[in-house]
Write a protein that binds this ligand. Structure first.
Ligand SMILES: C[S@@+](CC[C@H](N)C(=O)[O-])C[C@H]1O[C@@H](n2cnc3c(N)ncnc32)[C@H](O)[C@@H]1O
Length: 198
């Protein structure tokens, strides 16, 4: 089954061609994600798994943004992008610390063990008082439909994580203030969460 290497042969243009699940799931979720990101000004941000930078574009004018992605060729924005893994952030950024670690629609590529590692690495590269802002897919209801379609229709190795497990992993990584906001798909059915942890 394919994981992030599925994007190796994508160009920025072919990546931007949106599938049905983008319309059913991601676009409705933007109603809650975009207002949160639009408020961020004057911060240093590490955008992990930024892809072409759909959300990064909202941040680059008013913040200092650095990216990390296993497929850095997708990003054509004029910012530094480290090629590497979300589970290896502290090594990749070499001691740099950030106000915010952002990661949208990336954690579904991580198994439970890797998600824990990503949270721990995010904590390590955050300044005191910094925040992790990320999304997770619910492993039930419409989230489960999304995951099953990804796995069985497209052959992509995707993972969900129940809210209580997300909270447990975040606490283990050293986050204390955790806010989980339900993200709705088409017809208002919850399928994912926006996680804000400090
Ligand atoms: C679905 S795209 C999301 C892109 C962007 N964040 C957005 O919301 O539009 C997932 C991105 O995460 C990257 N990715 C997946 N797993 C990764 C990992 N373990 N480490 C670093 N990047 C990863 C992929 O290469 C891809 O660019």
């Amino acid at each position: 089954m394919k994981n992030y290497e599925r994007y190796t042969t994508y160009t920025p243009d072919s990546y931007e061609k949106q599938g049905i699940m983008t319309y059913l799931c991601r676009i409705p979720s933007d109603k809650k994600i975009i207002p949160v990101l639009s408020q961020i000004k004057g911060k240093s941000i590490l955008d992990v798994g930024m892809g072409t930078g759909d959300y990064t574009r909202l941040l680059i004018d008013d913040n200092e943004v650095v990216g990390v992605d296993q497929n850095p060729h997708l990003c054509q924005l004029n910012i530094k992008v480290h090629k590497g893994d979300a589970t290896d952030l502290s090594t990749l950024v070499g001691g740099e610390k950030f106000d915010i670690v952002l990661s949208t629609w990336m954690t579904d590529y991580l198994s439970g063990e890797k998600l824990q590692k990503f949270f721990c690495e995010a904590r390590k590269v955050l300044k005191n008082g910094g925040q992790l802002i990320t999304t997770t897919i619910r492993p039930n209801g419409w989230g489960l439909v999304y995951l099953l379609l990804a796995r069985h229709w497209r052959g992509v190795d995707k993972h969900g994580c129940a809210k209580r497990h997300v909270v447990k992993k975040l606490r283990k990584a050293g986050f204390n203030e955790i806010k989980m906001i339900n993200l709705n798909s088409w017809l208002g059915i919850p399928w994912a969460c926006l996680v804000i942890a400090g």
